[in-house]
Design a protein around this ligand. Sequence first.
Ligand SMILES: C[S@@+](CC[C@H](N)C(=O)[O-])C[C@H]1O[C@@H](n2cnc3c(N)ncnc32)[C@H](O)[C@@H]1O
Length: 256
Amino acid sequence: MRALYLFEFCDQTWIPSGARECLYEVMEACNSGLRSFNREVAEAVLEQARSHGAQTIIELGAGRAPVTSELAKMAASQGMRLVPCDLVPNVAMYQQLAKEHADRVFPIYSSVDLTQPQTELNNAVLVMAGMMHHIPLELRGRVLGTLSATNSRMCMFEPLRRTWLSMFMAALSFFPAWMLPITFVRRSGTGRRLLWCWLLPIVPFMFEWDGVTSCLRQWTVSEWQAAFRALPDEPQVEYQCGFNSLKMFWNRRSPS
Ligand SMILES: C[S@@+](CC[C@H](N)C(=O)[O-])C[C@H]1O[C@@H](n2cnc3c(N)ncnc32)[C@H](O)[C@@H]1O
């Protein structure tokens, strides 16, 4: 099965904002509720920050900033700077997090596009959770170049793989999407969830499509290795491959 970059609804700007917000909430329900993916990412990232002596953790392509949310709740993140950012920043979510955790959450409210050179990403641990498959295949090398030009520690986590099993599990995500109005009944926005999940129930279908498409967009370890080999200074990358996940950790190569 070859990698295919088909469109995903959550990338489209023409989707009504209420339905888009629901798609991101289902992502949160799956990765922070059904699975403990975001929690595990937060723990791994804290460990990376500790072992590399970094005081700043920047969540790139953060969406609703699930990793920053998990980190902010942990006592061990006291004294650190947690910085969510995105190509399309979720300003309302960032403001809420910055208000609740004013001592440690400092969002970037302007757009941060990883396909362009970035100057704000040094001296930190950079986290990409479930975002690399949103970079078109032909631009991924450029993003690796942007990241590897910083002196930061890079941590990439993908919650899916390009396998039949992963696609089957992603297809089942129709059900948590349909359950969204119940899952988040205590949270504001119930009307929006009832509208897009039950009355005009397009969100469960869109999320199921996005899940399967996300699997098809994934690269295998050997495809990532080929992309790193094409960089002017190939870094040494640590790969950890689970049955339904991939983690990669690397630094830019120190000048010899
Ligand atoms: C599926 S969302 C994942 C959000 C979040 N990391 C999570 O796990 O819920 C992918 C995110 O990548 C962002 N993104 C896409 N292209 C980007 C780029 N070139 N630079 C920075 N972020 C980008 C999108 O705006 C989107 O919020």
